[in-house]
Design a protein around this ligand. Structure first.
Ligand code: FAD
Ligand code: MLT
Ligand code: ZN
Length: 478
């Protein structure tokens, strides 16, 4: 009998239900499910359950409820806020969706994909591409993050500026609720005003209200032309002005508009293979802009060249490189997508995934940089992000050669310093990564009163025993 907190009858019932490959109990097998991508948390679990169907998942949840066992839903385990990591008690089970991995259907009339939760975002994108369609959600972790995870966190990413967050893309949903019942709202309707939109309650609930098992996702026709450019700019204001210039020309053409500070770009150039700066010299900041169009003619190229030409003349852009092939386009995107990995390699970092009104971004970056440099001399302020959405990853990397643990011990001081400025500007302390366990302490002061109270009532109504991802979103003590 393996060494686990699970009562013997429960363990036997789960083994009978899930089969040998559906339950892991040895620490050597469960360890990777108990550590997060950032390696901030090291939890423990009684077992990892890997149901292959919604029915098995529902039965496993009902059994766990019967025995009072806490459950931690997990997809690709790429959470930036420890959302999918169990606590250290070892009493919870991780419920992994990786075996629910079928693409059920692609509907060309409705432009939808019906897909199980454990399909990685990349696999879903590739399946759409094969059919001449596009799943317009793109994040750097898409090779590991799965459909259940991106919906549970309402992921944003590079194409939000054009197509919205995961929330805007989901038409239908199936989920196992915390009592083991199955909520089936698998409709593919663009219009459906029949009471509460329960799928939206599950989306962004970070595993606290149930386990998403299947979804209907909206697709788009694959663009027939695309133009991608990396531009050097003098400062954040110039990046914003460039965004406004493109938006004025053709707002519907902007597929992505990403900002990278000089500091964060330099980390990528020096720490990641094949990511040298493809411009003649380093600049204070950069923008990666991608335009896309359903037309196959060269109008997009003209739009890109003319807009950048004007931007050069106005002094908004000092240098730029345009992708001349798909290989070059991917090389430019790799530079953007490796930002998180480069910062991980540079040492400990504190992430402030904030959003502020667009016009305030330059003020925000200037003030937050000064405040953090004042707080920790030598700190590497390395912001980047989805500037077209007002979402800046105001990430702080430890001073070179500093002690990582000592730096991380000051994480609340750094997060509170940044958050104070964000609050004054009318922003949010978490734009896309969620609350998880890392930022629960911020909830009472940011989302207190009727807002947090209503969230608690919803949680208590659906999960009265607080067994579904306990310790996430809600602070234990206030
Ligand atoms: P997990 O990490 O496994 O889980 C995340 C949360 O969702 C947890 O609370 C978990 O309990 C819950 N959960 C997982 N699956 C389910 C399910 N089936 N049902 C219910 N709850 C579930 N995020 C962005 O929004 N935009 C970005 O641009 C972005 N870039 C990233 C880049 C890197 C390199 C990394 C490591 C992360 C990035 N993230 C980004 C954060 C992360 O990838 C996303 O939050 C992603 O959506 C999580 O998916 P996952 O499958 O890994 O979920
Ligand atoms: C990204 O957009 O690459 C991630 O969300 C950012 C991060 O590392 O904070
Ligand atoms: Zn991001």
């Amino acid at each position: 009998m393996p060494d686990t907190f699970l009562p013997a009858p429960l363990l036997t019932a789960l083994q009978d239900l899930l089969g040998p490959s559906g339950i892991l109990t040895e620490t050597s097998d469960t360890q990777s499910y108990c550590t997060d991508w950032r390696m901030l948390y090291q939890g423990k679990c009684a077992a990892v359950l890997r149901p292959a169907t919604t029915e098995a998942c529902a039965k496993a949840v009902a059994l766990c409820v019967q025995y009072g066992v806490p459950m931690v839903p997990q997809g690709g385990n790429t959470s930036m806020v420890g959302g999918a990591t169990p606590d250290t008690s070892g009493k919870a089970v991780v419920i992994s969706t990786t075996r629910m991995n079928r693409i059920i259907a692609i509907d060309h009339a409705d432009l939808t994909m019906t897909v199980e939760a454990g399909v990685t975002l990349k696999a879903a994108q590739d399946a759409a591409l094969k059919e001449g369609l596009m799943l317009p959600l793109s994040i750097s972790s898409e090779g590991s993050a799965d459909i259940g995870g991106v919906l549970a966190t309402n992921a944003g990413g590079n194409n939000t500026v054009r197509y919205g967050n995961a929330r805007e893309l989901a038409l239908g949903l199936e989920a196992v609720l915390p009592d083991g019942s199955v909520l089936n709202v698998m409709r593919k309707l663009r219009k459906d005003n029949t009471g509460y939109a329960l799928r939206q309650l599950l989306i962004g609930s970070e595993g606290t209200l149930g386990i998403i098992t299947t979804a209907v996702i909206q697709l788009q026709p694959q663009p027939r032309s695309r133009e991608t450019a990396l531009c050097a700019v003098q400062n954040t204001q110039a990046a914003l002005d460039l965004f406004a210039t493109f938006r004025k020309q053709d707002p519907a053409a902007i597929q992505a508009f990403e900002y990278m500070s000089g500091t964060s770009m330099a980390l990528v150039n020096s720490l990641i293979e094949n990511c040298a700066l493809p411009l003649s010299e380093p600049a204070p900041a950069y923008v990666l802009v991608e335009l896309a169009s359903p037309r196959a003619d060269d109008s997009l190229r003209t739009l890109m060249e003319e807009t950048l030409g004007t931007a050069f003349e106005n002094g908004l852009v000092s240098d730029a490189v345009l992708a001349e092939s798909e290989t070059q386009r991917q090389a430019l995107w790799m530079i953007r997508e490796e930002h998180a990995e480069a910062q991980k390699r540079a040492g400990a970092s504190v992430k402030n995934d904030v959003s502020v009104p667009l016009a305030t971004i330059p003020d925000f970056i200037e003030r937050a940089t000064a405040a953090c440099e004042n707080l920790i001399p030598g700190i590497r302020v390395a912001p980047f992000g989805h500037i077209g959405d007002g979402n800046i990853h105001f990430n702080l990397v430890q001073p070179e050669g500093a002690d990582a643990a000592a730096f991380l011990a000051q994480d609340h001081a750094m997060m509170d310093t940044v958050a104070g400025i964000v609050r004054e500007l009318g922003g949010s302390f978490s734009a896309e990564h969620g609350v998880g366990q890392l930022k629960t302490y911020m909830m009472p002061s940011w989302r207190g009163g009727a807002e947090l109270d209503s969230m608690r009532k919803i949680k208590a109504a659906l999960d009265p025993k607080n067994l579904m991802n306990p310790g996430k979103i809600f602070p234990d003590a206030e």
